[in-house]
Design a protein around this ligand. Sequence first.
Ligand code: BGC
Length: 269
Amino acid sequence: MISTQLLRGQKALVTGANSGIGKATAIGLGRAGADVVVNYVTGRDEAEKVVEEITSFGVRAAAYEADVSDEGQVVAMTQRMVEEFGTIDILVANAGLQRDAAVTEMTLAQWQKVLDVNLTGQFLCAREATKEFLRRGVVPEVSRAAGKIICMSSVHQIIPWAGHVNYASSKGGVRMMMETLAQELAPKKIRVNAIAPGAIKTPINRSAWETPDAERDLLRLIPYNRVGTPEDIAHAAVALASDVMDYVVGTTLYVDGGMTLFPGFATGG
Ligand code: BGC
């Protein structure tokens, strides 16, 4: 884990931070010196544990409950953060879920839920964070940018995924949302970027890695030959959020062990 204080004095909001990639990212940002709001929608105990771990680094943290797909709750959450933490410097729009089904079995509710959380949720959080970035403007002692938004996407923003049309569509949408916001907000000194994780060991895809057979099948898709960890993503998020990456705008950082590189060719066969 990056141990430098790259984010000292910054305030970060991480959605879906009670488990998986969001949890590791919240902890990573805290370790890098940021004060962190740990958003969750269910799993309060887990969220409080994440807060405890982050505060042990000597920074502030708090757990806020909000459903990112609910406009009123997102508005209330960001307002509360501004009141209690002073501002928002970094948003990691991470909260996401899968509701998998073959297309003929997929209900409208399954389609809608995934789009609501994965795409609309990121939009709402990005919109509200942006209002605060614009209100505050650049504070040079804190960061060269007025704000940083990191959208948690997926390799499935470019790799179609049979049996997951709702999820793949949501991530394809995240890509274009991110790039459009990046273009729109760069003149205001707001940097919008995305991370596209590949297969990471988290609860969302437990069935893909929890048995040795499943893990072997999964590794066939990964040239680097290991399943990713949430910390792999946290490192990327810390770097992207920091001024080290100040000239990085509208980019997707693939953190996938090479999954997007036509992995069937990895052995040269
Ligand atoms: C999905 C995981 C999947 C990975 C690679 C992620 O976006 O959430 O379930 O294992 O992509 O296919």
